[in-house]
Design a protein around this ligand. Structure first.
Ligand SMILES: NC(=O)c1ccc[n+]([C@@H]2O[C@H](COP(=O)([O-])OP(=O)(O)OC[C@H]3O[C@@H](n4cnc5c(N)ncnc54)[C@H](OP(=O)(O)O)[C@@H]3O)[C@@H](O)[C@H]2O)c1
Length: 267
């Protein structure tokens, strides 16, 4: 029996990539999952797959995480149908493929809405349920670029840094309230994230980056995240070369800038 057995786990961005893989792992661990993303068809397909593994394990609530109205409606549905959320995984996100100097502010804001404010909005809406109930666990999927800057990712990196500030602060404020917080910093994971990244005009990049294709298998990443939640890790880095770069930045800052500049030329 795992610590997630019988728990209600709400996962945003569950229609693909890391969110989808975490949903599968969570159901295998005996949890009930609430799956959210915009693409209802993909959520329905995943639900069917999960119901074959564990009947009654899956609820889908399609929503756009950037819309306050969607969030309040969805939280109400969860309250009315399940009553509680034990674990909230703020995973929905979009990346970026454009130079800061060429990217208009409105695109920066779009990235912040999806990657930062959505997690803040949903967490603030779910937190009272946890505080008034039996506690809970908040998870933020940041990025290694939430620990250091990286070329072509200015707004994305900034939004992921912001997640760290927000959720680290929450962890301190909620320390004695039976609410745990885990912040995850993945490196390159093999998902479709480069395809849906925003370019300088806000359009979809549409290319599977070579480096992304060679990234860590998404199932391995999801297993590590679910394990980290089970053992209540405060933070988790996934990806050896990126973790090394983080420590290079701390101990040899001048070297960091040279390596990151060169690495950024390979997408
Ligand atoms: N893959 C990596 O290398 C990597 C590295 C570091 C961090 N991460 C982070 O990991 C998380 C998951 O990314 P991934 O790699 O799994 O990418 P992905 O396959 O592109 O998945 C992104 C998910 O976010 C959802 N999403 C995007 N905008 C949304 C919105 N406005 N409302 C609701 N859902 C939305 C998408 O669903 P719909 O399109 O159906 O809405 C999709 O399910 C992201 O936060 C990403 O920044 C990924």
């Amino acid at each position: 029996m795992t610590r997630l057995k019988g728990k209600n786990i709400w996962i945003t961005g569950a229609s693909s990539g890391i969110g989808k893989a975490m949903s599968i792992q969570a159901v295998r661990a005996g949890a009930r999952v609430i799956l959210s993303a915009r693409n209802k068809d993909k959520l329905e397909d995943l639900k069917q797959q999960l119901e074959n593994v564990s009947p009654g394990s899956t609820v889908i609530i399609p929503m756009d995480v950037t819309k306050a109205e969607d969030i309040s409606k969805s939280v109400q549905i969860v309250k009315d149908t399940l009553g509680k959320v034990d674990v909230l995984i703020n995973n929905a996100g979009i990346s970026q493929r454009s130079l800061a100097v060429e990217t208009p502010l409105e695109v920066d804001r779009m990235i912040f809405e999806t990657d930062f404010f959505s997690a803040v909005m949903l967490t603030k809406a779910v937190l009272p349920l946890m505080l008034n109930g039996s506690g809970g666990h908040l998870v933020a999927i940041s990025s290694m670029t939430g620990l250091f800057g990286y070329p072509m990712r200015s707004a994305y990196s900034a939004a992921k840094h912001a997640l760290r500030g927000f959720f680290e602060t929450l962890a301190i404020e909620l320390k004695d309230k039976n609410i745990n917080v885990t912040i995850v910093y993945p490196g390159r994971i093999h998902t479709d994230i480069s395809l849906s990244s925003l370019t300088k005009d806000g359009s979809r990049y549409g290319i599977m980056d070579r480096a992304q294709e060679k990234g860590i298998p998404v199932e391995k990443c999801a297993r590590k995240i679910i394990k980290a939640i089970e053992v209540n890790k405060k933070q988790l880095m996934i990806g050896f070369p990126e973790a090394c770069l983080y420590y290079v930045k701390i101990f040899f800052p001048a070297l960091f800038y040279n390596i990151a500049q060169k690495a950024g030329r390979i997408q």
